[in-house]
Design a binder for this molecule. Sequence first.
Ligand SMILES: Cc1cc2nc3c(=O)[nH]c(=O)nc-3n(C[C@H](O)[C@H](O)[C@H](O)COP(=O)(O)OP(=O)(O)OC[C@H]3O[C@@H](n4cnc5c(N)ncnc54)[C@H](O)[C@@H]3O)c2cc1C
Length: 416
Amino acid sequence: MAMNVQSSSTLSDRVNQIRLLTAQIVNNEILPNENRLWATNADGTFDEAARDESRDLRAHINDVVKQAGLWAPHLPEEYGGCNLSFLEHAYMNEVLSYCVGAASLFGVVAPNSGNQKILLKYGTEEQRKKWLVPLTEGKMQSGFSMTEPDNAGSDPRSIKTTARKEGDEWVINGQKWFTSNGKRADFLIVMCRTEDPDGPAERNGKMTQIIVPTKTPGVNIVRGVPVWGRPSDHAEIIYDNVRVPLENQLGQTGSGHAAAQDRLGAGRVYHCMNSIGQMWRAFDLMVQRAASREVHGGLLETKQFVQGFIAESYIDIQSARLMTIHCAERMDLGLDARTEISAIKIHVPACYHRVVDRAIQVWGAAGVSGDLPLAGYYQGARTLRLADGPDEVHKILIAKNVLKQHHAGGSWDFGN
Ligand SMILES: Cc1cc2nc3c(=O)[nH]c(=O)nc-3n(C[C@H](O)[C@H](O)[C@H](O)COP(=O)(O)OP(=O)(O)OC[C@H]3O[C@@H](n4cnc5c(N)ncnc54)[C@H](O)[C@@H]3O)c2cc1C
C-alpha cells in the first residue's frame, strides 16, 4: 500500500517538495522491493543470489536518491550531503521511515549520522578529512562508544572509562557495551573521563570524546550483545591500554558531555519523526486488514473493538506528530526546547508502542510473523523507551523545568 503524502498548505514550498520527492522514491522504488532489499532467510543467513540482488537494488536506490538531491540530508554539500535545514530533515524522516531500512538508502543511518554531525561541529579540518569524508563516501563505518555495563547509561557522567595523558598520547582503559555498529566499525568515538592535571576540574569538564581506530592494539571487541534473542552488532568492547595520539581528541578537553547532548537533542526529534513514519505504516496496515479480513460473519472493520483500535491509533499518531513538530519548530527557531524534547522522547515511543500493538492484534498471527514489519517495529518501539535516556529521566527533567518556572513566579505557557 502506497504512502499517501500530499502538499500541505501549512508547510513551505521547499518542505512540500522534499516530502513529495521522498514519497515518490518510497512508493515507486522502495516499497515494491522491500522484501528483496534486505533479503535474509528465515534462519538469518543470506543466500548468495539474493544477497547480490539486494546489494544491486540498494545501489540503484542510492543513485535515485542522489539524483533527486536528497542524499545525506544532515550534511552540507561540501561533505556530500544535500544540506537540509533541521525542519526540512525532520519532515523528510517521517516519509522515508515508512519503509524498513530506508534511512540507509538515503545516506543517513545511525550511528554514522550522529558521528558525522559531531565531526562536523567539533572536528578539526584534519579530522574531518581523515574520518568524516570516508564515512560519508561509505568507505568507512563508525560507532559511538559511551554506555558501560557496570555504570548507569542514564547518568552518562558516571562512566569509568579513563583517558590518561602520557606524552603525546591518550591512554584509554575501560569497558563499554551496546556500541552499535561496533563490529563493523573502522573507528569508534569513545566517551572518556580525562585524567589531565591541566584540564577542567568540574564533573562535566572531565568528559571528552576521543577517536579510536578499531584496529588500534588493545581494542578488544568481545562480542555483539544479543538483542531480542538475536545476534546483533551492538558490541561489548574492552579498551585495554589503548594508545592514540592527542590529536584524536574531538573538540576541547571536557567538551564531550556537551557534544553528546548536541548529538542526542536533534537526534531525538529525528528518531521521533522516524517513529511517526513507522506508526503511519502500522496504521495503514491495520486499516487495510480491518477492511478486508472477514471474521465471525463480518469484516473486522464492522467490529467496534477494531473501530476503537483505529480511532485510538489515529489520536496517538496525531498527538505524537503535532508534539514533535512543535518541538522541532522551537529548535529551528533557536528557542529552548529541552522540556519539549523530553516530552516527545516519552510520548512518541509510548504512542508508537500502542499503535503497533493494535496493528499486530488486528493482523493476528501474521502480525508477529516475519512477513510484515510489525514485529520489528514492536521491538524497536519498546527499546526506544529505554534508549536515548529512559522515560523516567525525561519525566524528572520535565518536572524540574516546570517547577523552576513556577518558583521563578510564572506558570507554564502552553501557547508557545
Ligand atoms: C539497541 C540499543 C542500541 C544502543 N546503542 C548505543 C550506542 O550506539 N552507544 C552507546 O553508548 N549506547 C548505546 N545504547 C545504550 C543506551 O543508550 C542505554 O541503554 C541507555 O542510556 C540506558 O542506560 P542503561 O542501559 O545503563 O540503564 P540504566 O541507566 O541502568 O537504567 C536502568 C533503568 O533504571 C531506571 N531509571 C534510571 N534513572 C532513573 C531515575 N532517576 N529514577 C527512576 N528510574 C530510573 C529506568 O527505568 C532505566 O530504564 C544502546 C542501547 C540499546 C538497547
